[in-house]
Ligand binder design. Structure first.
Ligand code: NCD
Length: 311
């Protein structure tokens, strides 16, 4: 039983074996020539609690679908309608679920340290489904997997992460994993959307405020949403100004390399960070990422629970 609370809980060989299993699962979960016909039973005997205390479509549904397609039993829990509303702590929820025999928990929460806290009281596998501004390791895995499927997960390739860096757990996890894999990560944002400590010397990643210049050097882009729910009421660039300075529009698509890949974790704010022309561009992998996310989460669950559907 293995937990994944942060990307650095995964060694590079761990990540590679998850990618290999996801490659095997993807055509079975999403057959290119029609509907799914096959149910696998790699997660039979697994009881999972999907605790989503923040909104989510892709992450929540892909974990649920992945677990069900592999024969696992999963129960979804949200803040509204659960004992969290009556003041129950995360620790007590963990103990309660353990007493019911759950051996897997996936947690999304607004606090960056929630997964560690939960894992301290739960003996099954804990998977971080996105915590505050902290970590989102399964998004990092699916971003790296998407690059790999396009032949871009190679040392020396340049990945440009654009937008609300300060509030993004996707950026923290994806940049950490890609850097460890030898890719060159550059951040592109106005200073107001960068953690203040990263503006000076000792910043963990290269940074540029100039998107037009950076676009031509990138092998892949990760576009981020303005995460206003985490902005604590601070004054920030409005949507129209952001679109003008940092939105990927038809003109900027012309600056991007022919073989570059456009990614976004979703949800997308059309007309802000992503212009309408992006979805029609052959370099756009935003929908492919969603499908890859189901295969990656299925593979990660098998890995965490020590199961292999190929056996
Ligand atoms: C991201 C998240 O929740 O951190 N979305 C996701 O998991 N697909 C990014 C976001 O909300 O902008």
């Amino acid at each position: 039983m293995r937990s994944v609370l942060r990307t650095d809980d995964l060694s590079l060989p761990d990540a590679a074996s998850i990618f290999d299993l996801a490659d095997w699962l993807l055509p079975r979960i999403l057959p290119p020539d029609g509907p799914r016909r096959l149910k696998l039973d790699g997660l039979r005997g697994v009881s999972g609690a999907l605790l989503f205390y923040e909104p989510s479509t892709r992450t929540r549904v892909s974990f649920e679908l992945a677990a069900k397609l592999l024969g696992g039993d999963v129960v979804g829990i949200s803040a509204s309608g659960s004992s969290i509303e009556k003041g129950e702590s995360l620790r007590d929820t963990a103990m309660t679920l353990e007493a019911m025999g759950f051996n897997l928990a996936v947690l999304r929460h607004r606090c960056a340290d929630a997964a560690e806290l939960f894992a301290g009281r739960f003996s099954g596998a804990v998977i971080n489904g996105g915590t505050g501004r902290g970590e989102h390791p399964t998004q990092a895995l699916l971003d790296a997997f998407t690059l790999r499927r396009h032949g871009l997960l190679e040392a020396g390739r340049g990945v440009l992460i654009v937008g609300d860096i300060a509030n993004s757990r996707v950026m923290r996890s994806t940049a950490e994993l890609l850097t460890r894999l030898g890719l060159r990560v550059t951040l592109c944002a106005p200073p107001s959307l960068l953690p203040p400590a990263w503006l000076g010397e000792g910043a963990p990643y290269a940074w540029t405020p100039d998107l037009d210049v950076a676009l031509g050097k990138a092998d892949a882009l990760v576009l981020l949403r303005m995460q206003r729910e985490r902005m604590d009421g601070a004054a920030h660039t409005g949507a129209a100004e952001y679109a003008k300075l940092y939105g990927l529009n038809a003109r900027r698509l012309g600056l991007l390399r022919p073989g570059a890949l456009i990614m976004h974790p979703g949800p997308v704010n059309r007309g802000v960070e992503v212009g309408e022309a992006v979805f029609a561009d052959p370099r756009c992998a935003i929908n492919a990422q969603v499908g890859n996310g189901v295969a990656i989460r299925a593979a990660l669950l098998c890995w965490a629970l020590g199961k292999d559907p190929r056996d």
